[in-house]
Design a binder for this molecule. Sequence first.
Ligand code: PMP
Length: 401
Amino acid sequence: CSVFAGLAQAPEDPILGVTVAFNKDPSPNKVNLGVGAYRTEEGKPLVLNVVRRAEQMLVNDPTRYKEYLPITGLADFNKLSAKLIFGADSPAIQENRVATVQCLSGTGSLRVGGEFLGRHYHERTIYIPQPTWGNHVKVFALSGLTVKTYRYYDPATRGLDLKGFLEDLSSAPTGAIVLLHACAHNPTGVDPTIDEWEQIRQLMRSKSMLPFFDSAYQGFASGNLDKDAQSVRMFVADGGELLMAQSYAKNMGLYGERVGALSIVCGSADVAGRVESQLKLVTRPMISSPPLHGASIVATILKDSEMYHEWTVELKAMADRIISMRQQLFDALKARGTPGDWSHIIKQIGMFTFTGLTSEQVAFMRQEYHIYMTSDGRISMAGLNAKNVNQLADAIHAAVT
Ligand code: PMP
């Protein structure tokens, strides 16, 4: 008997549950394309060399202690993170208009930003793309915001539904918060072009909407950190305000270290100071202060030009391997004469391909081919390699024919 005896069994998380099912499968040929975590050509997780090197330096430095960080986190980390996403020459940084706090990776940054808006922003509705990363809905709802969606993806073209996107923003209330994926949209792999971003920006600014950028893949989309930040920088360049949630999970491979930052670009340095003071009131009762180790790794790398360069090379290698897997999968389907247009595999960007496979086809591939992916047909390209790409192509071929 238990005081919790009446408790219902909760469902598995739709993304992490894929790994749970994968781990239970005894097949030696199983392939996990569910969770968005990078794998090497050998199918192994990767710790970047530059990260290992930074960790060695930290461990060997006898002057380093394990003291608490301030509520806002590691000051160097915060400054360098803002510089990384907004650019070294960003007017907002130069004018001291950015309040940055260290958070628990991308998720924690979204959560702290959401909570701040729920407490202090006048319009408590946030518009998120349809579809989006599944956790967005729950994170923002728990922050006290009303979550609504805007059209984003057109299944017919497997591309952007710009018209629907703009229409939905046009009919949303003035001042509404709009969540935007900075690059490598998850799960669709579909990003607006620069010209499309410009249209989105103009509409949002004309309606005084507040952009909340989620940047979980800077550098992972194109292999270039600045290119992947272009969308964000357009919104900073116009002088307007915005929120930015940054994650180092993917681009530095620091998944489990939970390293991220929330930056709020404000209209003036004075406002930024008050915003920071309020962010401390959000963080303190949630986690008291953020963890030291991961932020120290990031700061060590970002502040040393040689280590920073090594990082960009390793990051580009990860991005390039994913881009090459797109081509290999596309070629493998073409070689099999698989019916349908699969060009979206090479057109889409970032870690994922939104295949267009139905949940029935996904279940079939799991059953017959031991290939695991989320039921919306999203595959993590980072889990593919020369050895399993043919198995995936065989499975897709069988599923659609
Ligand atoms: N946003 C998006 C769009 C993501 O894909 C992810 C990771 N899957 C995150 C945020 C958060 O990741 P983390 O908390 O691990 O940084």
